[in-house]
Ligand binder design. Structure first.
Ligand SMILES: *Cc1c(COP(=O)(O)O)cnc(C)c1O
Length: 415
């Protein structure tokens, strides 16, 4: 992960701040993000887009802390949202509705109204009933909703089945035959206005082939639409570019854009991208402390104070996060299953990790900036950790640790 390294004193830090200092100040577990790493990733993506009219719409669900959204807004980024809650966050963080696209298969009338009132750039529509609803809701408000259809190109993204979204069997998007009929329908509907086409084939994709295949199919389809007099102002190519968690070798932004650009050739249509993980994943870590070492005949368990409710990815996708000591020990390492206190056997953060540990040691779960805090829960009535952003030598608390009282403050007893 970027911007984390061992300093001269032999302990792990992020930018110029040591993780020991963060643990001392804010306790553990604690989410730690690097401002420089986020900005560097965004600028690298932007740089790779040079020469084409592009809008980067950061996928809010990857990490939706207001401070992070505000950083993206300051960089000029747009946003990809999937709920009314995410829209409210974007607006509260100073993001521009005019640079925001709304994805997802289940938009409610209320969410549509809020997005129309805010003046978003585009609704990415995922079904016929959604199209009909959008037109009706917009008409009621005397508006016309700018929209794309999210097509499903039926390409295999070779990623974990839970994060593949571009196969015919997935719930996302619309197949081509139906999409053509729906674009014709959209042309007749009074409350919608076709502005683009959208495709998103999955997440943590580490090869370029599936992106190229999807783009080729979308371009062919766009030509069919143009021939029918349905004009597109933009192509939204979604997100999904993978990052290195362990030994993956995903293409960099420059290679990704260059390959797509060569498929696009002379076409001068505006491009939208919806990157999430590739902008924030390697900019954050989860800091945790070893509570107990539990040696057994078959397994050794290191019980830490972070758990699956904080970082769900290992339990949900068997995902790998590097786990490294903040202050490495010279002793002989042992194999440890790094587990949390939650009452589930799926509550592990890493299995069979070779580490030299003592109780009280600090560990960092790397590459946890995306789909970490945003997927967390309060399961087992565990307050969510604090979130901090490191900015050079400065440390900013961007969300305090939740209090136990706040967990049930809004609950009511029966009369
Ligand atoms: C989740 C999602 C993204 C972001 O995916 P990453 O893999 O984080 O880049 C973009 N667009 C849509 C529609 C999504 O659902």
């Amino acid at each position: 992960m970027s911007h984390a390294s061992y300093g001269e004193n032999g302990t792990l830090g992020i930018e110029a701040v040591s993780l020991e200092a963060i643990a001392q100040r804010y306790g553990t577990p604690c989410w730690v993000y690097s401002r420089a790493a986020i900005e560097a990733a965004y600028r690298a993506f932007e740089q790779a887009c040079a020469g084409r009219e592009t809008l980067i719409c950061y996928a809010v669900k990857a990490n939706s802390n207001l401070a992070i959204l505000n950083l993206f807004a300051r960089l000029g980024s747009g946003f990809d949202i999937v709920s009314g809650g995410e829209l409210a966050r974007v607006l509260a963080a100073g993001g521009a509705a005019q640079k925001t696209v709304f994805s997802g298969v289940g938009k409610t009338e209320e969410e549509m109204r809020a997005a129309l009132a805010a003046g978003i750039l585009c609704f990415n529509v995922e079904s016929e009933p959604e199209l009909e609803r959008l037109s009706r809701v917009a008409r009621q408000d005397g508006l016309s909703a700018p929209m794309s259809l999210r097509v499903n190109p039926d390409v295999d993204a070779s990623t974990h089945p839970y994060i593949a979204t571009g196969l015919a069997e997935n719930k996302f998007g619309i197949g081509y035959v139906e999409a053509l009929a729906l674009y014709r329908r959209a042309k007749q509907l009074p409350g919608v206005c076709v502005v683009g086409i959208d495709v998103h084939i999955g997440s943590q994709i580490t090869e370029i082939g599936p992106f190229v295949a999807a783009l080729e199919k979308v371009l062919e389809f766009a030509d069919t639409l143009e021939a029918e007099g349905i004009h597109l102002e933009h192509l939204d190519l979604g997100g999904g570019l993978g990052i290195r968690y362990r030994d993956e070798e995903p293409p960099g932004f420059a290679e990704y854009l260059a390959r797509l650009s060569s498929v696009l050739g002379e076409r001068r249509i505006r491009l939208l991208f919806e990157p999430g993980r590739s902008l924030v994943g390697n900019a954050g870590l989860l800091l945790t402390r070893v509570e107990y070492l539990k040696r057994g005949p078959l397994k050794n368990f290191a019980v830490v104070d972070a758990a699956m409710n904080d970082l769900l990815r290992p339990a949900l996708y068997q995902a790998w996060h590097d786990i490294v000591p903040v202050r490495p020990r010279a002793a002989e390492p042992l194999d440890w299953d790094v587990v949390g206190p939650v009452c589930e056997s799926a509550d592990f953060l890493g299995l069979e990790r070779s580490l030299a540990l003592e109780p009280g040691d600090l560990l960092a779960l790397l590459s946890a900036g995306a789909y970490g805090m945003s997927m967390s829960s309060n399961y087992n009535s565990r307050p969510r950790p604090a979130e901090v952003v490191v900015d050079g030598p400065a440390l900013h608390l961007v969300r305090p640790r939740e209090s136990i009282g706040s967990l049930f403050a809004s609950e009511r007893l029966l009369p």
